[in-house]
Design a binder for this molecule. Sequence first.
Ligand code: ADP
Ligand code: MG
Length: 384
Amino acid sequence: MHDPASLRTLHVNRFQAEPAIFVAPGRVNLIGEHTDYAEGFVMPAAIDFATLAAISPRADGKIVVYSENFKEEKTYDAAALPPKGSKHWSDYPMGVVSILAGEGHAIPGFSLSLWGDVPLGSGLSSSAAIEVATALAVSSVIGANYPGPVLARLCQRAENEFVGANCGIMDQFISANGAEDHALLLDCRDLSFKLAPIPASVALVIANTMVKHSVAGGEYSTRRAEVEEACAVIAQHRPEVRFLRDATVSDLEKWGGEMSPNALKRARHVITENLRTVAAAEALLNHDMAELGRLMAEAHVSYSRDFEGSCVEADAMVALAQDLPGLIGARLTGGGFGGCTINLVEKDQAHAFAEALAARYTTEIGIVPQIHICHASNGAHKVN
Ligand code: ADP
Ligand code: MG
């Protein structure tokens, strides 16, 4: 797990300066997939995988960023920031710097060392973790003090406008605002949120399928276009519907025939997923874990069949978990086409569950999965 003392030593050895250190977690989404860009609801939790950012000022006007994950250093001129990313890991921290500069902050030179244990590209949002950790670190040298929700929006803009990834607000929001032992129900329309406690007896078991199908990028754009098509059809009849958040199952019953079959299915997923996500938060608040598990199972079927965002490996990981002792609910989490499943499991059964699931998946798919037993963690903060 992340170790601020090691990052401090690394930073001091490399840059001969004492750093301030900040941490920002990755996340797992319990329920609410592909609802954020429809201005709907999501319910993620921050996890105990995180990215650390160590920062110290420099007198030479340079911005030097180093990633221990990539064992690589890049140097920029603080007075001549690049306008766009260059498809390099440093786009994530530099995107944040660029957005902060756009907000009117004078950017001084600094050295930034980054290290994270969020698996990269596995759907646990290492990208939001590095953005939010960088945003806190750079805020400390420019004297900014943004509230968590505002910081999240700035980081989302860095990913949208500088990195060039069309992500919603969920990942950055939970990384900035997560709370230990809680899930967070977020209304992606106005960024209001409600915390719901996860019982101490429940573990978040994250099972990495170890696959990420290369169709993911293109399919993501197609899905978003289909969601917009469905919304446009409904809006012809009900102009107040601006996003699928405003639409209902009965709208689909009335006007689904005017959409392409795919748009209808994608919209059915998004509309029912919003209902399930709000109900899931209620279930958590009522300590009704059986209901939460049932909603997660329904959400997976909807994600897989209607949204067609799953894959053979993720469907297998969910199916193979079903009759294992201690399981409360399992579903594919994240953007889809691979990545991780989230399993809510009785804590005292979690180790046996993880071992049995790994063995079953290895036999069925021929790949050894990584399985992590996590708990819900605090959002980003200063470490020392
Ligand atoms: P995810 O957010 O699901 O992990 P993304 O593709 O959105 O996947 O983001 C992963 C990318 O974020 C990595 O390929 C890398 O460019 C960048 N990144 C994340 N963490 C680090 C890190 N500690 N050091 C350098 N780059 C990182
Ligand atoms: Mg990401």
